[in-house]
Design a protein around this ligand. Structure first.
Ligand SMILES: Cc1cc2nc3c(=O)[nH]c(=O)nc-3n(C[C@H](O)[C@H](O)[C@H](O)COP(=O)(O)OP(=O)(O)OC[C@H]3O[C@@H](n4cnc5c(N)ncnc54)[C@H](O)[C@@H]3O)c2cc1C
Ligand SMILES: NC(=O)c1ccc[n+]([C@@H]2O[C@H](COP(=O)([O-])OP(=O)(O)OC[C@H]3O[C@@H](n4cnc5c(N)ncnc54)[C@H](OP(=O)(O)O)[C@@H]3O)[C@@H](O)[C@H]2O)c1
Length: 590
């Protein structure tokens, strides 16, 4: 069916075509930009502390928010004292797709160490009602060619994605050496031995020649620091640790409950329709609305799936990542346009898009004040865009109440529930949809390299890597999903690219009889400057409403973000690095 093959809308996001003629006079766009700036400033005034408004140190009374509700009893076992060749910290897609490549290179000794009780990462932890990918599954689920699998829906549900992770682990024999319900707490390089020593919270002491930090971009739950939150006497949990024992699988446990949810990001958007349908009353505490576009999910057409030829996903991926083909006339027009004009036109197209999102809200949400409150006032892609067809209609239900905090957020919780503008909201259950610590390397885990320096101390004055993957002084350590890598709306495209690169580096070292590979100081410095150069090119980060994409509005984080030179450029740089391995790396032999 033609539909299943369409260019995924999500992947064209952000590429607003400067050749498009603006639909309205320039003053119209300028007035909307002024409103965007006012809304951003309002939020920055409410929380000048930036990222410090959150905590992911979930200890003491907050420890319950990151316990594992799915894994069951922790099975007793003897501490492990052994050596493997490749060790992954974390068992999500990063670990799985890189392992698949390593197997293709003939690497036999691969171990995953994972906090959860199985592989899956994001898809192990996030089981909230409505969880699904927001990138078409034919692109998002990795290794579909290798697994000979076609997802059931355009947007696969969490359960199917989790099952896909398990199937990958089975196919590539990754369960054999895997260690679950185990957290790596330290990863220390032994220069004499040229090996990594890892310790865990289960008393293990493992050694590995290569370590891949696959700890996830969004895997450690975070909570907004809200006065009195520990005093709440009702039930509460974080969305990534959904308490089905309380809500029941079908959420029928909420039929007589007054439920509150804090946050309206991508997670809340997916969870709220189910909560609205099943709770006695639902209070949605909103600080900033998300942009909600049409989702248009469908079952995969079996006829289309049957006709797919081997290698279809790789070809689809190559097509999606190919340079857009322009006619000579289009090229000439673009060449004649100044940079300022291009940016202006892209911004105007972006605003037109956001106004279509506003219009959709007016068409769906019946109460005018609620519709108004649900309108996002920022450029598209300042926050992760959301796609949903049931979220907006949920606000037409009589039992669903939007508490719009107009940028301020909930700042107080009592034993009964949240308070806003002097009004107490009495709840039975409070759900935190407040997101995750973002793209940090070494969570729960202290990584010490050649000089005994903690990686995060090395980063104290700014992250330093080569292509976001290698950091000088940390030989045989590879980072996935960290900063200084490219941003991709479909994250698995990026992770696959990194996995291919890492597997190729490991293969190179093995084939040449090298014990270790470490980035040179020059190569690292080149990349840091490349990241800084591209991050300084536009004022977009500064202009956006605060969120995790722009470090909650902290404007001084230039080298700590993603590489903004574009995915194709990132990909090309990685290929160039691999083409001149001896120039970019120092190798040692045992
Ligand atoms: C709800 C949700 C939906 C998402 N949907 C999409 C989507 O539609 N499209 C998209 O492109 N991206 C999406 N993402 C981003 C998603 O995280 C990535 O696409 C991808 O799954 C990340 O894989 P990963 O292996 O890098 O990390 P993860 O899947 O996060 O796995 C990392 C694992 O490492 C483990 N770990 C961390 N530290 C340690 C340690 N010290 N010791 C042992 N184990 C450790 C964690 O427990 C975790 O299981 C979504 C994220 C979330 C939270
Ligand atoms: N496949 C998918 O569709 C999907 C689903 C879920 C998650 N994800 C991924 O995971 C990322 C994280 O999503 P997430 O929704 O879990 O987290 P998030 O995007 O970080 O959202 C956190 C939410 O909490 C709100 N918040 C924080 N403090 C608050 C307070 N004191 N009072 C009221 N609201 C408060 C934030 O408001 P502000 O906006 O004002 O900061 C925001 O709406 C997404 O961006 C996406 O990449 C994808």
């Amino acid at each position: 069916m033609e539909k299943s093959q369409g260019v995924p809308e999500a992947q064209t996001i952000g590429v607003f075509n400067p050749l498009r003629q603006p639909a309205k006079p320039q003053e119209y766009y300028e007035s909307i930009k002024r409103k965007f700036a006012e809304e951003r400033d309002l939020r920055l005034r409410y929380r000048p502390e930036g990222t410090a408004q959150y905590t992911s140190e979930l200890t003491g009374a907050l420890a319950k928010y990151e316990g594992d509700p799915y894994g069951g009893e922790i099975k007793p076992r003897e501490p492990i004292n052994d050596t493997v060749e490749c060790l992954f910290v974390g068992g999500g897609f990063s670990a799985l797709l890189t392992s698949a490549r390593l197997r293709e290179y003939g690497v036999e000794s691969i171990r995953i160490v994972e906090r959860g009780a199985d592989v899956g990462g994001t898809w192990y932890w996030n089981r909230y009602p409505g969880v699904a990918c927001d990138v078409p599954s034919y692109d998002y689920l990795p290794l579909l060619d290798e697994m000979d699998y076609v997802p059931k829906n355009r947007y696969a549900k969490g359960e199917e994605i989790y099952a896909h992770c398990q199937a990958i682990a089975r196919k590539y024999d990754l369960y054999e050496l895997a260690v679950f319900q185990t957290t790596v707490t330290s990863t220390v390089w032994d220069e004499g031995e040229q090996m990594w020593h890892l310790t865990t919270d289960r008393g293990d002491h493992m050694k590995a020649r290569f370590v891949i930090c696959a700890n996830g971009t969004l895997s450690k739950p975070k909570l907004a620091k809200i006065k009195g939150m520990e005093s709440f006497k009702g039930h509460s949990f974080h969305t990534s640790r959904w308490d089905y024992a309380y809500t029941k699988e079908d959420l029928s446990g909420l039929e007589d409950k007054v439920v509150g949810i804090i946050g309206t990001g991508a997670t809340a958007i997916q969870a709220i329709p189910g909560l609205g349908a099943m709770s006695k009353e639902l209070y949605v505490f909103q600080r900033t609305p998300s942009s909600i576009d049409i989702r248009d999910d469908w079952y995969t057409d079996p006829n289309w799936a049957r006709k797919l030829q081997p290698g279809w996903q790789s070809k689809r991926r190559a097509r999606a990542l190919a340079e857009p083909q322009l006619t000579d006339e289009q090229k000439a027009k673009l060449a004649a346009m100044s940079r300022e004009e291009k940016i202006r036109r892209q911004e105007n197209a972006n605003i037109d898009h956001m106004m279509r999102i506003h219009q959709r809200i007016d068409e769906i949400v019946k109460d005018k004040a609620t519709a108004q409150a649900l309108k996002p006032w920022y450029m598209f892609m300042c926050k992760r865009p959301c796609f949903h067809d049931e979220y907006l209609p949920t606000f037409n239900r009589p039992n669903v109440h939007l508490i719009d905090t107009k940028g301020k957020g909930i700042t107080q919780i009592t034993e009964k529930g949240p308070v806003f503008e002097g009004k107490q909201y009495e709840l039975d259950v409070l759900i935190y949809a407040t997101g995750f610590e973002v793209q940090k390397t070494g969570i729960y885990n202290q990584i010490k390299g050649k000089l005994g320096l903690d990686l995060n101390d090395k980063y104290a004055d700014g992250i330093r890597t080569l292509v976001g993957i290698h950091s000088q002084g940390y030989p045989n350590l590879f980072i996935m999903g960290g900063y200084q890598a490219s941003f991709q709306f479909n994250l698995t495209d990026m992770l696959q690219t990194q996995g291919d690169h890492i597997a190729a580096c490991i293969d190179y070292a093995r084939r040449h009889g090298y014990q270790s590979i470490d980035a040179t100081a020059e190569a690292e410095e080149w990349w840091v400057q490349e990241v800084i150069k591209h991050r300084g090119k536009t004022t977009r980060n500064h202009d956006c409403t605060p969120g995790y994409y722009n470090f909650e509005g902290e404007s001084n984080r230039r080298q700590d973000g993603n590489y903004n030179g574009g995915f194709r450029q990132y990909f090309t740089h990685m290929r160039d690095v691999r083409a001149k391995m001896e120039e970019h790396f120092v190798f040692t032999r045992k």
